[in-house]
Design a protein around this ligand. Structure first.
Ligand code: DSN
Length: 478
C-alpha cells in the first residue's frame, strides 16, 4: 500500500466521523499527535500497523458470532469464520502450536478461558463421567452442589505480583485469587531471580492443580522446561501467560527452554504488546484441551469481536514475515542498552539488568516512590508506568519501581545509541526530583518537586530524540 493510500484511508475515515461527532474525530487526531510526540516506554504498549488498525474499523463489528468456526449460535457467520480461521492458522504456524483460540478480548479474558478449560478438563469432566451423565444439567442437585464446591476449591501456584507476576495469577483482589486456593512463588531476595528449587519445594508442599509461569514485570528469561518438570512432578497442569514476551517468542529470540509453547499444556497471551497487533487476547494449547478452550465463548467470554479477529489475522501475518525476527531482536538489544545506560549512571535495577523487553528501576535508590517518579517523568515528556518491586514497602498503588520497555520505541526505529540518550534523560529527571511532604510534615508518597524549566528542557530533548523517527510516517492527516 502506498503512503498516499494510508493517508487517504485515515483522512476519509476522520471526515466521515467528523460529520457525526466532530469531538470524536478531534480526539482521534489528538491521540495521534500525542503518541507522535511522547517518548513511550510503557512495556506493554506498541504501535500496530496501519493495516492492522484499518482491519478493525468496519462492519465486522456488527456481527454476533458466539461459538467457534463452523459451529455458531448465529446464522450468517461465513465471513467471520474466514477471518477467525485465518487468525488461528497464522497463530498456530507462528508459534508452532497445536491449537489456537483467537477470541479472547484481553489477556485477563484469555487467562479466564484457560483456567476454566483446565477446571472443565480436570474437575468437571471426571465428575460427569463418575455420575455417568453427559452434561452438568443432567446432574442431581446433590452432585451439582458437590461439583460446584470442588470447582471452587482448586489450587493454583503462580508468581507473586510484587515479584513480577500478573494480578490474574492469583492476586487476591482479582477474580483469580478468589476462584482458587492460591499460593505464590517469589524471587530470590538477593538476586531477584526465580529460584526453581524454591518453586519445586512450594509445588511439592502445595500440590497445585495449575502451575502458572509468565510475568508482567520480570526482566529475565524463564526456563519453561524446568517449570514443566516441576508441574509434572506434582501432577499439575502447566500454564504460561506470555502476554508480555509473545513477540520475543514469535521472533525466535526466546527458543528452546525459553519458548513456552512446546513445554506448557496451555499458553495465553495478549496480541498488542511485543506482538504488535490489535488490543486483544489469545489461547494456544495442546490437543487434549482444545475442545474445552473452544467453549470460551459463551461460557466465559461475551460475543467475539470479529473486527478484532480480522486485525489479529493481519498482525499475525505480519509477525510471520522474516523482518519480525529482526524487530524482536532489536527490542532486546535496545532494552539491554537502556539497562546498561542506567546502570552506568548509577541506577538500581531489579535483577541488575534484563534479558527481555523490559527494565525495572528500583526508584527508592533516588529517594522516590514509583508514583513520584512516574509523574516527574511524565512532566518531562517520558511516559512510563510505576510498578511494584519484590517485597515492595510501598504496596501496589504507590510502589517503589518504574517499569520501562522498548517494544514501542523499537517500532519507531530508535536504536541502542538513542537508548543511551534515553537513559540519560531518565536519570537526570530522577536525580533532580525531590520527594515532598504532607501538610503535617510526614513524607508524602505522591508529592514531589521538579523544576518546571528542567522538565520542559528534558521534554524538548525527548522530542528531538524522536524527530528522526516519525511515528506512522505514511499517515499524513493534514
Ligand atoms: N496492563 C498490562 C501490563 O501493563 O502489563 C497487563 O495487565
Amino acid at each position: 500500500m502506498s503512503r498516499n493510500a494510508e493517508s487517504t484511508a485515515f483522512r476519509s475515515a476522520l471526515e466521515v466521523i467528523r460529520a457525526v461527532e466532530p469531538r470524536v474525530a478531534d480526539a482521534i487526531g489528538a491521540e495521534l499527535t500525542d503518541q507522535r510526540e511522547s517518548l513511550k516506554l510503557i512495556a506493554s504498549e506498541n504501535y500496530a500497523s496501519p493495516a492492522t488498525l484499518l482491519a478493525m474499523g468496519n462492519w465486522f463489528s456488527d456481527k454476533y458470532a458466539e461459538g467457534t468456526v463452523g459451529r455458531r449460535f448465529y446464522a450468517g457467520c461465513q465471513n467471520v469464520d474466514t477471518v477467525e480461521a485465518l487468525a488461528a492458522e497464522h497463530a498456530r504456524e507462528l508459534f508452532g502450536a497445536a491449537h489456537a483460540y483467537v477470541q479472547p478480548h484481553s489477556g485477563i479474558d484469555a487467562n479466564l478461558v484457560a483456567f476454566w478449560a483446565v477446571l472443565a478438563d480436570r474437575v468437571e469432566s471426571p465428575a460427569l463421567k463418575k455420575a455417568q451423565v453427559r452434561q452438568v444439567n443432567d446432574l442431581t442437585e446433590a452432585d451439582w452442589f458437590a461439583l460446584r464446591r470442588e470447582l471452587g476449591n482448586q489450587r493454583m501456584l503462580g508468581m507473586s505480583l510484587d515479584a513480577g507476576g500478573h494480578l490474574t495469577h492469583g492476586f487476591r483482589p482479582n477474580i483469580s485469587g478468589k476462584m482458587f486456593d492460591q499460593r505464590s512463588y517469589g524471587t530470590d531476595p538477593e538476586t531477584g531471580l526465580i529460584d526453581y528449587d524454591r518453586v519445586a519445594e512450594a509445588a511439592r508442599e502445595f500440590k497445585p492443580l495449575i502451575l502458572v509461569g509468565g510475568y508482567s514485570a520480570y526482566p529475565r528469561k524463564v526456563n519453561f522446561r524446568i517449570l514443566r518438570e516441576i508441574a509434572d512432578s506434582v501432577g499439575a497442569t502447566f500454564m504460561v501467560d506470555m502476554a508480555h514476551f509473545a513477540g520475543l517468542v514469535a521472533g525466535k529470540v526466546f527458543t528452546g527452554d525459553f519458548d513456552p509453547v512446546p513445554h506448557a499444556h496451555i499458553v495465553t497471551t495478549t496480541t498488542h504488546k511485543s506482538l504488535r497487533g490489535p488490543r486483544g487476547g489469545m489461547v494456544l494449547c495442546q490437543p487434549e484441551l482444545a475442545d474445552q478452550v473452544d467453549r470460551g465463548c459463551p461460557m466465559v467470554l461475551g460475543g467475539p469481536l470479529p473486527h478484532v479477529m480480522a486485525a489479529k489475522a493481519v498482525a499475525l501475518a505480519e509477525a510471520r514475515r522474516p523482518d519480525f525476527a529482526d524487530y524482536a531482536q532489536r527490542i532486546v538489544d535496545n532494552s539491554q542498552a537502556l539497562a546498561e545506560g542506567l546502570l552506568r549512571r548509577g541506577a538500581k535495577l531489579v535483577t541488575g539488568g534484563t534479558d527481555n523487553h523490559l527494565v525495572l528501576i528500583d526508584v527508592s535508590g533516588y529517594g522516590l516512590t514509583g508514583r513520584q517518579a512516574e509523574q516527574a517523568l511524565l512532566d518531562s515528556g517520558i511516559v512510563t508506568n510505576r510498578n511494584s518491586v519484590p517485597q515492595d514497602p510501598n504496596g501496589a498503588w504507590y510502589t517503589s519501581g518504574i517499569r520501562i520497555g522498548t517494544p514501542a520505541l523499537t517500532t519507531r526505529g530508535l536504536g541502542t545509541a538513542e537508548m543511551d540518550q534515553t537513559a540519560e534523560l531518565i536519570h537526570t529527571v530522577l536525580t533532580q526530583t525531590t520527594a515532598g511532604a504532607n501538610a503535617d510534615g510526614t513524607p508524602s508518597k505522591a508529592k514531589y518537586t521538579l523544576d518546571p524549566a528542567l522538565a520542559d528542557k528534558i521534554a524538548r530533548q525527548a522530542t528531538d530524540l524522536l524527530a528522526p523517527h516519525p511515528l506512522y510516517p505514511s499517515v499524513d492527516l493534514t
